[in-house]
Write a protein of this length. Sequence first.
Length: 472
Amino acid sequence: MQVENIEDIYELSPIQKGILFHSLFAPELGLYFFQMPFLLRGNLNVDAFSSAWEQVANRHASLRTGFFWQDINKPLQVVYQQVTVPLEQFDWRGLNSAEQEEQLNTFLERDRARLFDLSQECLMRLTLFRLADNCYQFIWSRHFMAMDGWSIPTILAEVLQIYKAICEGKKVDLAPSILYREYIEWLQKQDVAKAQTYWRQAIGELRSPTSLTNLDASSAFNSEEKYDEQRIYLSPETTAALQSFSRQHQLTLSTIFQGAWAMLLSYYSGDRKVVYGCTVAGRPVELLQDEPLIGLFVNSLPVWIEVDSDQSLLVWLRQLQEHLLEMRQYEWSPLVDIQGWSQVPRSKPLFESILVYENAPVDSLLEKWEGNLEVSNSTIFSNAPNFYKTNYPLTVAVYPDLKFCIGINYDFRRFELATITHILEDFERLIQGILAQPKALLKELLLPIDREYPMTLSLEREVTFSFELSAA
């Protein structure tokens, strides 16, 4: 640690403490490591590109922060005045396409195994592969402790703006960033007693998480820790219909997808009342001005809801939306405290699945970008999804960008690929059913699934209502 380069030192946020715990408890798992691939086409000015990333990192405190926990009473984050963002370059123009793909796959695996030293000054690294004279594969590796998904579009927009300005010999005037310290200080002023009252009322009777064991792989236990994400893309017609449905019935798109996941959870588990984790942006209204807010603000909160088979879909969705809106007043609440206000033992998680509505569009940002460099969130070999690992066995992510995408990140030790594929298909069919029958009762939307599942759905339980997972 270079003492003369230190700008500030302060405590961690609760979510940072949680991620630090998981990272230190099982470092070999590489949790909360993220990779984002980008394809760059055009006459890339590498020096300007590197400089743009460095300028953005030095604009935001969270991007030049390291974490320390050894030999101190409580973990602290150290903000540095200036950092260097590492950019490694490779020239693969002499390789054919198959060789390039093989080399890239090898790199991605090696990069994931490399991970990050959380005490280093900058928790991201950049790698640039030149595939042809005017074609580059770019990999942005980062750790979640430094920035969440909602920070990504702002960072990318600033990098592209600064890059363009450098290439044109101009200066770009960007608003100063809000310091992460302000968020830490805001957290310390919140009324914990009031939050405790709310959460005790909301989940005080919750005794155990909604089990996913009925979805577990029937094959032998696989000890290899491996995560992957499978995706499906909704058609443009379904995307447009969803947006119209949302406006017509005054429901947020997030509410619709959360409702669908709650119904599927109820079907898969056989439970009438289910709990899942809902990831919220966590950005305080008091701090949201014109200045960018970069860092780790998201939180995952328990949503415990009854799936009443005799209730009208629209009435039920509106009740869910009201619940989610009320919950947002306390979205800063530390998850460890929330669990203590429930009856779920500390030895168990509050929930086994989380739903993330990624309201941070990257594709539309890149499509609108006007510069001499074409940028897309993909690889030259495939439209590869971003890589990430969390401590939850099942993460459902909804990407509402140019076309809606539903992805499931899952633990290979728990679930088979075929099971995940079927869940995605069920999700899409249920969305289609919701759009086709908005006035239906819940039991009219879901009936027994007419196919064999590669999962162990218990035959001993009584399903209290039926699910029709096919569009009307």
